[in-house]
Design a protein around this ligand. Structure first.
Ligand code: ADP
Ligand code: MG
Length: 249
């Protein structure tokens, strides 16, 4: 390594230009071969750096969102759920529902792809630089209860309200105490018209009073959640089961 390349690399390193450091020599040879001018060479290098930086920032957002698995909407087989409106769902891919702070609710039995679709929107939101968090209902309630005990509930609710898209997964077969229902209500009230929620559940709204052991709290949660929400009822067959029956899973 000569003195000049040493200097270049040290400076690129100090400026954290990861992609440039990796490729400036290769691009330099290519530029010489194709007789590119200095500006063209610089433009190519900068494009590469920007591409790398964007990719790393999206990966960091996906990591921070804590998805249990990464799936995209494009991977979803709509022919398997003919009852689900592909058109309506794809319309939401513009993500203007996040700009409008609207919610999405996926309601249906296990295995129909509720979590897959929720993650699909979450991944899209990460790519558009939104702050996203995926959390199961159980984990969320545990987290809120812990914060009540250690006196940090206000900060905790504030932290949850700063997220652009909060995915609350699996409001399913779990007993919910009145205190937990109240905390969930506080969280949903705090986010109301401030940030989007995607909720997945297999409970119909008429069951929520029983689930939350309190008809008034259940009605208040539904009211805020559903006011600006797109609701998708997915009542088809379980995709998991289909794979099992075919012996391919
Ligand atoms: P749910 O949350 O409704 O229980 P999941 O979203 O966890 O169901 O789906 C179960 C598995 O089946 C996941 O691996 C998911 O990617 C896959 N899956 C479900 N429905 C579809 C579909 N229509 N097309 C492709 N994969 C699907
Ligand atoms: Mg699920």
């Amino acid at each position: 390594m000569n003195e000049m390349t040493q200097r270049i690399e040290a400076q690129m390193k100090a400026l954290n230009l990861k992609a440039m450091i990796e490729r400036y020599k290769e691009f330099g040879e290519m530029a010489a071969e194709r007789k590119l001018c200095y500006e063209e060479y610089l433009a190519l290098l900068l494009e590469e750096e920007l591409r790398g930086k964007t990719e790393r920032s999206v990966m960091a957002k996906i990591h921070k969102a804590r998805f249990p698995f990464v799936k995209t909407i494009e991977e979803f087989d709509f022919t398997f759920q003919p009852g689900l409106s592909e058109k309506e769902l794809l319309r939401l891919c513009s993500l203007d529902f996040i700009e409008k702070r609207d919610n999405i609710i996926f309601l249906g039995p296990p295995g129909v792809g509720k979590t897959h679709l929720a993650i699909g929107f979450g991944v899209k939101a990460c790519k558009c630089k939104y702050r996203v968090l995926f959390i199961s209902t159980q984990k969320l309630l545990e987290d809120l209860m812990l914060s009540v005990r250690d006196g940090s509930i206000t900060q905790k609710l504030l932290a949850y309200s700063r997220i652009n898209l909060l995915i609350i997964d699996e409001l399913d077969y779990m007993p919910i105490t009145k205190e937990q229902a109240n905390l969930l209500f506080q969280l949903i009230s705090m986010r109301y018209e401030k940030g989007s929620i995607i909720l997945t559940t297999n409970y119909n709204f008429e069951d929520w009073g029983r689930v939350f052991q309190d008809n008034v709290v259940a009605a208040a949660i539904i009211d805020r959640l559903v006011h600006h929400a797109k609701i998708f009822y997915i009542n088809g067959e379980s995709y998991r089961l289909r794979n099992k029956l075919k012996g391919t899973n």
